[in-house]
Design a protein around this ligand. Structure first.
Ligand code: NAD
Ligand code: UGA
Length: 448
């Protein structure tokens, strides 16, 4: 099949590359010239495991091309995906500027090119319920009909860092439209995944749109819930790792997304929880659970500061090392990363920060000469009073703890991701905090 994907971010590029890998002919469109330059050299402009080799394979085989021209891209395409960003605005709502700009550009091109075949306009971006109907209205305003351009919602559920795997092994594919022809054309495109047992759920446009926010809000709820339980474990001397295991063994609860940490970050959960709250507010409905989920998440990002200030009566002049800056492992994405909030708090308390992340060389968001970027984990902890393990990259799972400790001024290890057993850190000579499992005895004087 010939398809177009507009927007070459995590969602658009992964979809474009993987659809072409399945044998389709894909044209990827972006309006960012710098990004296009990189793509045309067959390179991926961000870190996503497994993507570049597939991009090269399809591009070399002539099934994948890149352009800035929507007109050229859509002329022969049967399906046109829009996968542009929907960032958060100041009031929490989703910014749909790019979504509508693309809708206008596609309708205009369809009309001006004199296209006379049926095409499906698929929205893959995360958009508020009702957006598809507005796009259908834009289409109508151009004098086009559903028989020419039908509108379908196909929300994307991939995760950064495992995006390629998730594309080939989704839990479900959701297709929402009132047009049977559109539903069947998109089912055909997804047939290779359907044949390998992926369920396809066909529903209305609105339900498909809302299902994306509902899913993200529910996953965020699980995280905030376990973070609160973790805090309760700390207060009661219980063990969150065992607690989550016990809870997760109940099939009704499920074991995924029960890992405590420094709060969820990234380009999706924070903005999507805000957006669904905004949608409900607009309708006069108070979405109490999701509001609480957000409030817990904001508090959780700074939870570690309570422990740090309990151990060090003052952080003034202290050097704190951070291992991990990305919002999760296997990505270089730092959008809404908890590390940003923690670093700001450390700097405000007078500390100096030394940081290392294997894929984030520095944080342009932090404007301070009090943050030093290290070349590896051991360099990061040199002269540090404490080390915080913030992102659970695999390379932080088997650190040479004896060497790490020997580089530090004081042996304080704060594991915010439950990577190490408390005993293992203690055997290496650390005084250790492990989230939800072990606190540091605060009578120890740490202000040397
Ligand atoms: P992104 O910001 O990484 O990429 C968006 C791309 O669209 C950019 O390359 C940008 O240059 C391009 N673009 C913007 N306006 C354009 C225009 N008018 N014409 C052509 N190109 C244009 O975004 P993303 O992370 O890929 O997310 C896209 C959407 O998918 C969002 O709604 C997001 O919520 C949703 N989503 C993201 C993920 C994820 O893991 N990142 C997962 C599922 C869903
Ligand atoms: C998330 C969803 O998992 C995807 O299904 C969805 O498509 C995507 O958002 C989106 O809509 O963009 P992503 O943000 O890439 O994917 O990453 P996750 O693995 O979900 O992690 C999000 C945040 O939650 C990270 O900061 C992570 O550290 C945190 N998290 C996750 C926890 O703190 N505990 C957990 O148990 C799981």
């Amino acid at each position: 099949m010939k398809i177009t994907v507009i927007g070459t971010g995590y969602v658009g590029l992964v979809s474009g590359v993987c659809f072409s890998d399945l044998g389709n002919h894909v044209t990827c469109v972006d309006n960012n010239p710098a990004k296009l330059d990189i793509l045309k050299q067959h390179k991926v402009p961000f870190y996503e495991p497994g993507l570049e080799e597939r991009l090269v394979r399809s591009a070399v085989a002539g099934r994948l091309t890149f352009t800035d021209s929507i007109d050229a891209a859509i002329q022969d395409s049967e399906i046109i995906f829009s996968a542009v960003g929907t960032p958060q605005t100041a009031d929490g709502s989703a910014d749909l500027t790019a979504v509508y700009a693309v809708a206008h550009a596609v309708c205009k091109a369809y009309k001006e090119l004199g296209c006379n075949t049926h095409k499906v306009y698929v929205n893959k971006s995360t958009v508020p319920v009702g957006t598809g109907d507005i796009i259908a209205g834009i289409r109508d305003d151009y004098g086009l009909t559903q028989d020419q351009l039908s509108i379908l919602s196909n929300p994307e559920f991939l995760r950064e860092g495992t995006a390629v795997y998730d594309f080939y092994h989704p839990d479900r594919i959701v297709l929402g439209s009132s047009c049977e022809k559109a539903l069947s054309k998109c089912s055909e495109l997804y047939d290779p995944l359907y044949r390998s047992d992926t369920p396809i759920v066909k529903t209305t446009l609105k339900t498909a749109e809302l299902s994306k926010y509902a899913s993200n809000a529910f996953l965020a709820t699980k995280i905030s819930f376990i973070n609160e339980m973790s805090n309760l474990c700390e207060l009661t001397g219980s063990d969150v790792k065992d607690l989550a295991k016990i809870m997760g063994m109940d099939g009704r609860i499920g074991r995924y997304f029960l890992h405590p940490g420094p709060g969820y970050g990234g380009s999706c959960f924070p903005k999507d929880t805000q957006a669904i709250i905004h949608t409900a507010d607009q309708l006069g409905y108070d979405l109490k659970v999701v509001k609480a989920v957000e409030a817990v998440n904001e508090r959780q990002k700074l939870h570690i500061m309570t422990h740090l200030t309990a151990v060090f009566s003052s952080l003034q002049g202290k050097t704190i090392a951070l291992l991990g800056l990305a919002f999760k492992p296997n990505t270089d994405d730092t959008r809404d990363a908890s590390a940003l909030v923690i670093i700001d708090a450390l700097l405000a308390a007078g500390a100096t920060v030394r940081a290392f992340d294997p894929e984030v060389p520095y944080l342009p968001e932090i404007k301070s000469d009090q943050v030093m970027y290290a070349t590896d984990s051991y360099d990061a902890v040199t002269g540090a009073d404490a080390v915080l393990l913030v992102t659970e990259w695999n390379m932080f799972r088997e650190l040479d703890l004896t060497r790490l400790k020997s580089e530090m001024k004081q042996p304080y290890f704060f594991d915010l991701r439950n990577v190490y057993a408390p005993e293992k850190l203690e055997q290496a000579g650390f005084t250790a905090y492990v989230i939800g499992r072990q606190l540091i005895e605060t009578t120890i004087a740490a202000d040397t």
